[in-house]
Write a protein that binds this ligand. Structure first.
Ligand code: AMP
Length: 218
């Protein structure tokens, strides 16, 4: 089962991808996490992408495509994967289809998480992530047990550089202009399912799992 989670920043793609990954025992592949890791490690790729990420702009397609191509051909993707934050442009979506066709695979379902702009803003401005392991928290709805410290590894909790209010607004605009067209692309191919992502994470997960069980495209 190969899935894409689609939706605006703050729609809950990362949260659901992690839950699906452990429920279905398939890897969670987040291009955002992959790129943040490169920035943290000060690699050549990290240096190239840092400026785009800080402004909430998309990183050039060719840089992301190179990284994801390698990742999708690793052994743990054999029984499926859940993509979070990729593809984000039509060029990426078409390239992904071509790549998968070449290795006899395809995307079974694209699950779009819909949320209102108000929910997005409140979720992202209250989000903190662990600098060390990437676990994420919401200071209002899912705070850590000890302020400023990750429950899982004790790492420092920080705000993502692109979760500042002025950058959030730009990310939402970028989503609308560059990523929203993908909804049409996948809907026309009858691969898109839209669900309400504004609810509690366990309810959203339950609905996704039900869809996966019943839908013969999955
Ligand atoms: P995310 O963690 O998915 O919100 O991604 C954080 C940032 O990483 C985005 O705002 C982009 O700058 C960059 N990024 C992540 N995935 C992609 C992608 N598929 N294409 C281009 N840029 C990306």
């Amino acid at each position: 089962m190969n899935f894409i989670l689609l939706g605006a920043p703050g729609a809950g793609k990362g949260t659901q991808a992690k839950l699906l990954s452990s429920n279905l025992d398939i890897p969670h592949i987040s291009t955002g996490d992959m790129l943040r890791e490169e920035v943290k490690k000060l690699t050549a790729l990290g240096e190239k992408v840092r400026v785009y990420m800080a402004k909430g702009e998309l990183v050039p397609d060719e840089l992301v495509l190179e990284a994801i191509k390698k990742r999708l051909q690793e052994d743990d993707c054999e029984n499926g994967f859940v993509l979070d934050g990729f593809p984000r442009t039509l060029v990426q979506a078409k390239d992904l289809d071509r790549l998968l066709e070449g290795i006899n695979k395809r995307i079974n379902l694209v699950i779009k998480l819909s949320v209102s702009p108000e929910v997005v803003l409140s979720r992202l401005s209250a989000r903190q992530i662990c600098e060390f392991c990437g676990a994420d928290y919401n200071l209002e709805t899912r705070p850590p047990e000890k302020e400023g410290k990750c429950d899982l590894c004790g790492g420092e909790l920080v705000q993502r550089m692109d979760d500042r209010n002025e950058v959030i607004l730009n990310r939402l605009e970028v989503y609308e202009k560059q990523t929203q067209p993908l909804e049409v692309y996948y809907r026309e191919q009858n691969r898109l399912i839209e669900i309400d992502g504004g609810r509690d994470k366990d309810l959203v997960l339950k609905e996704i799992l039900q869809i996966i069980r019943k839908d013969d495209r999955a």
